[in-house]
Ligand binder design. Structure first.
Ligand code: ZN
Ligand code: ZN
Length: 96
């Protein structure tokens, strides 16, 4: 199963397992949909891939599959990210 990270890596907004605002890349880098749309423009700053909405894990599974304790909060460095953005933003994720 996927890792359910409970905050946005960029703005630290809380994204609990039942959040409908959580977006993930193929490596499970996790951001809120506002950051994905406005700042990231559907380009993951870590891997260059696109994002999809994270599926919601039913709450009865949480005791057995709790979210990871380690919190990743790594706001985007805009200068560094601009290089990645320029390279990928005009290419559909399936063609990157
Ligand atoms: Zn965010
Ligand atoms: Zn990624």
């Amino acid at each position: 199963m996927i890792e359910i990270r409970t905050n946005c890596e960029n703005c630290n907004k809380q994204l609990p397992p039942n959040s409908e605002a959580a977006m993930i890349c193929a490596f499970e880098c996790t951001f809120c949909e506002e950051c994905v749309e406005s700042i990231l423009q559907n380009v993951c700053p870590n891997c260059g891939g696109g994002f999809e909405k994270r599926p919601i894990l039913r709450k009865e599974y949480l005791p057995k599959y709790p979210p990871p304790e380690k919190v990743i909060f790594k706001p985007v460095d805009q200068d560094e990210f601009n290089k990645i953005l320029r390279r990928f933003k005009n290419i559909h994720p399936s063609q990157r």
